[in-house]
Design a protein. Sequence first.
Length: 265
Amino acid sequence: MRRSLCLALIVGGTAAVMLFPPAVGAQEEVDGREVFLTNCSACHQGTGVGVSGSFPPLVGNDRVQDTEYVKTVLAEGKSGPLDVLGVSYDGEMPSFPDLSVAEIDAVIDYIQAGVFIPAETGGLEPGDAARGKDLFTGSDRLENGAPACASCHTAAGFQALNGPALGPDLTDVANRYGGEEAVAAALVSPPSATMQPLFTDSPIADQERADLAAYLASVSNVRPSGGPDVLLLGGALGAIALFALMLLAPRSRRKGFARQLRSQR
């Protein structure tokens, strides 16, 4: 009896599985617009128009309709020179290895549709350029703990310790991005692959973005002054001092040894 019941349950269970098979490869629900705003809009802008001479547009760009081309660019990145709609671009776009297949498909569908809905970046109080300078230089700490811009960048001749900068000079970034509002919007998701990991968990607060953008806009036409490289100068002076000590050290040791011999007599 028990054997018959077990057999019936097994057969019945098998039939149930055959009638109602489990969902395989269920498609992940992904919002292509959110993927775009998070990963792409800092450079290509929320409207998809890009920044002329710096970041190519997606609107009206025939390459966008080539799905395999876009997938390759997202997977491997892209560097110039590149001509888009009669404008030459010579920058570098990072790859996005962390995007899932569903996210890639969703963002491609979004940009190919050509209807770009920018993020709501309005509602900020007017930026304070003076405070923006303090945030840039690190005199004021960023609220969420991100490093100061001057850790890697220069602007209007300012350099941390006047040493070499890791990142590009930002003096004319407001001109290149198309104005103060565009810079504030770009700081929602910094466009550099190096910067993104630093600011993912420590985003720049809304008003801080406005203040930084106001400062960068205020120096956009300032010609950087070439001051002395303090780190290089300090290194050179240190090398000279060390060389002098090396020259003096043998004589000092000889005098000390002579005194020691005399004291033993």
